[in-house]
Design a protein. Structure first.
Length: 315
């Protein structure tokens, strides 16, 4: 187990390093000039050059990268070009909103995906199985932005059942917070649900053909007991892997949902920072997203290996 963990951690470090180089390089080729963002369009060329020098933007790109990554390793991401506030402070203020959205979307996707997968598997070939499969196909083909707008117009604008935008902290008012979460988190969860549903269905159908399940059925054990003790346990491992792999999709979907529902999270912060040539904030947000994805995948791999030791042997 120790060697497996070390290999996975080494891979994590390499991925983060490569991602940091890519992010830093891509941000530098974006159109715009941070000095103009800070001073405005009326600044003279001498004033702009002075700002570029003070920010270190006139240094070689390799020097700029080294200064940034060495400070980032200590938790210092510098100051926002657009606001002048520490980037860490800006991110810390936005993390709770994004965390609430992603966790709620993941929980909803898991509940709906696992439930529909179980129902479809236990009713293989029947009408309910076909209906669930058709709904999954339809959901998978709808762009997240369009789905969010449709739900917003139906439940927010037409029926006026739910708030159309805004964020309320769970610690301030749990009921109001959940009300504001339903539309964005529901949209996010629906986008992830089809893959989970199909995976659970296929896993359960494969396990239904196993001898121990047939034996349990012939012995007259209740279906609920067979599903809980045999089928779900064996189908859980691939579901866990998929949940880890969908972390990146969840974060990407959160960016879109934050734009549609005016959600004050990291996605909207990153978008605003890109538009204002705020290099430090963009770099920090994207690097945080990368680290989150690779850490979640690492934890998923470790838990998968714990549940199925054969993973380590085949590694």
């Amino acid at each position: 187990m120790g060697a497996y963990v070390r290999r996975r951690f080494a891979g994590l470090v390499i991925v983060v390093f490569v991602a940091s180089v890519i992010v830093f390089s891509l941000v530098r080729v974006l159109p715009g000039d941070p000095a103009v963002t800070i001073l405005g369009q009326d600044a003279t060329e001498e004033q702009l050059e002075a700002v570029r020098t003070s920010l270190g933007l006139d240094e070689p790109i390799t020097t700029q990268y080294w200064l940034w990554i060495s400070r980032a390793a200590t938790g210092d991401f510098g100051y926002s070009y657009a606001t002048g506030y520490p980037v860490v402070e800006l991110i810390a203020n936005r993390v709770p909103a994004t965390l609430h959205l992603v966790v709620a979307g993941l929980l909803l996707a898991t509940v709906l995906g696992v439930s529909s997968g179980i129902i479809a598997a236990l009713n293989r070939g029947k009408l309910v199985d076909k209906v669930i499969n058709a709904m999954n196909m339809a959901t998978l083909g709808v762009p997240s932005f369009s789905l969010g707008l449709v739900l917003l117009m139906v439940f927010g604008l037409s029926l006026n059942w739910l708030p159309m935008s805004g964020y309320v902290s769970l610690w301030d008012d749990p009921v109001d917070a959940i009300t504001h979460l339903i539309l964005p988190a529901g949209t996010l969860g629906i986008l992830i649900m089809p893959q989970l549903s199909w995976l659970v269905r296929d896993g359960m159908l494969a396990n239904l053909e196993q001898d121990h399940v047939r034996t349990a059925t012939s012995m007259g054990l209740p279906r609920s007991v067979i599903v809980r003790s045999n089928l779900l346990r064996n189908a859980f491992s691939p579901v866990l892997t998929l949940l880890g792999l969908t972390t990146g999709k969840l974060l990407a979907g959160a960016v879109i949902m934050e734009s549609v529902f005016s959600w004050p999270g990291l996605g909207s912060l990153a978008l605003r920072s890109v538009l204002s040539d705020d290099y430090p904030t963009v770099q920090a947000v994207v690097l945080l997203a990368v680290v989150t994805v690779v850490v979640v995948n690492l934890l998923t791999d470790l838990l998968h290996a714990k549940l199925d030791p054969r993973v380590m042997k085949g590694d």
